[in-house]
Structure formats: C-alpha cells, structure tokens
Design a protein around this ligand. Sequence first.
Ligand code: G
Ligand code: G
Ligand code: MN
Ligand code: NA
Length: 254
Amino acid sequence: AQMAAALRRGFDAGEFRLVYQPIVELPHGIIRGVEALVRWHPDGGSPVSPAEFIPVAEQTGLIIDLGAWILDTACADAAAWQARWGADAPRVSINVSARQLLDPDLPGLVAAALSRHGLEPRGITCEITETAVFAGGPALDTVRALREIGVGIALDDFGTGHSSLTLLRTCPVTTLKVDKSFIDELNGSPQQEAIAASLRGIADTLGLRAVAEGVETQDQADRLHALGYRYAQGFYFARPTPAAEIDLALALAA
Ligand code: G
Ligand code: G
Ligand code: MN
Ligand code: NA
C-alpha cells in the first residue's frame, strides 16, 4: 500500500525514465533493435526495480497511465532515431503487461502514438508474455488488434510458459524471445544445444525471428551463432542505457 502511493506520487513527479538495451545481429553485434525498459529513481531514495514496481502498478491500475507514458516516450525516441538513422534506425520493443492487454483502448492508444510521432508500425514491437495470452479471451483479441495495426508482436521469455507451442497457432506472433534460462545452459551440453537449436528451428519454420535473451559471455554468443541464431541481447553486448548512449553507439558503428 505504501509502495502504491509512492508510485503514484513518483509518476506525477516525473521520476520515471526509459533505458534501452540493444538487440544485436550476430556475429558482429550490429545494433538492429532496442528494448525499452522502465526505471524508477524515487527522489532522495535508491532506484526500485521494475520487477518490484510493475506488479504493484498492475494491481493499482497505475500501469494504464504508466504504460501510456512508456509508449509515448518510446515512440518519441523511436521517431528521433528514425529521423537521424533512417534505414539503420533500431526497431523499438516495448514491454506490454498483462493488465494493459485487458484494456480495450490499448490498440487505439498505440495507433494514436504511432501517428502522433509519424512512425511506421513496423518500427515498433510489443513484447508480451505467454502467460498474459494463453487463456485466450480479451487479451488475445487485443494482441490480434495490435498486429492488425502492423506493429510486431514478440513472445517474451519464450519456452517457459505452459502452452508455448499451442500459442503459436492462435497468437499472431512475429518474434520469439528465447528465454535466458535456455541460454544460461549453453555450455557444451548436447541436450541444451539441441533445445536451443530446435527453438530457433521453430522460429525459422514459422517465418518468425528468434532473439536469444540474456547472453552474458562470448562463448554463448559463439555457440548461438553456430546454432544459426541471428539476433541476440544481453549484458555481453550491452546493458540497458539512456537513449543518448544508443545514439553514441550507432554513431561509432556508422
Ligand atoms: O529491466 P529489468 O531487468 O530490471 O526488468 C525486470 C522486469 O520488469 C522484467 O520482467 C521486465 O520485462 C519488466 N519491465 C521492465 N520494463 C518494463 C516496462 O516498460 N513495462 C513492463 N510492463 N514491464 C517492464
Ligand atoms: O522479462 P524481460 O525479458 O523483459 O526482462 C528484461 C530484463 O532482463 C531487464 O531487466 C534486463 O536488465 C535484464 N537483462 C538483460 N540482459 C541480461 C543479461 O545478460 N543478464 C541478466 N541477468 N539480465 C539481463
Ligand atoms: Mn522483454
Ligand atoms: Na524476456
């Protein structure tokens, strides 16, 4: 209850920021996309992890206002990258929580943000979790409406849910984000390599892109490349950083 009030006050006081973590193309690590991640630095206090405050924001409903702010801020940054980098601009992924998917206004909100910032829908990807949509119903309807607008749909933490493969039949997905747990285990075990290889194979067969999440070592990056992974994300390549740092990295690579 205490956190709920502090969150609302912090939101009204403008204490939230977005940082962006690069999604790179293997083997050279060229930035192809970025994932927007929200940060909260309460005035005079230490930073609070979204793992802590997103669930609270979902319970209190603040996620609707916070989610709208995240969407608008990420679209503004995406438009600036689009203007500066053109075809080399990174695609921008935005995490959309379960509660947001139950909001029938979400597709309209996304469409309005795209047009307000003059963005092509394909420049934006919404990251959703399997658990948010596995039961079907209104959340799945929202995802279908988002896909109809033309934004990408990424299944976050892919492979950890209860219905990973079933979902691919019903949910209009464009990207599979292969969960970090599968990447952590890539250390020469033939079983783990087979699992990572088959997850990539499913994506290929269905015409989806696969992104390996949570890559922390060069050895993992090398193994993923050998297994045919084209995209990866993780501390080995880059930590989440402010938008200006993404521009610096793009400028260095240009
Ligand atoms: O960025 P970090 O690893 O601390 O994120 C922790 C958790 O918070 C992850 O599950 C991540 O998906 C979630 N998260 C981070 N940023 C956002 C956001 O902007 N919106 C939503 N809904 N979840 C986020
Ligand atoms: O659930 P989701 O995949 O959206 O969570 C993203 C979270 O994962 C962010 O909080 C981000 O900081 C974290 N993250 C990104 N790359 C790595 C990594 O290589 N190792 C670890 N431990 N966390 C990572
Ligand atoms: Mn994510
Ligand atoms: Na994830």
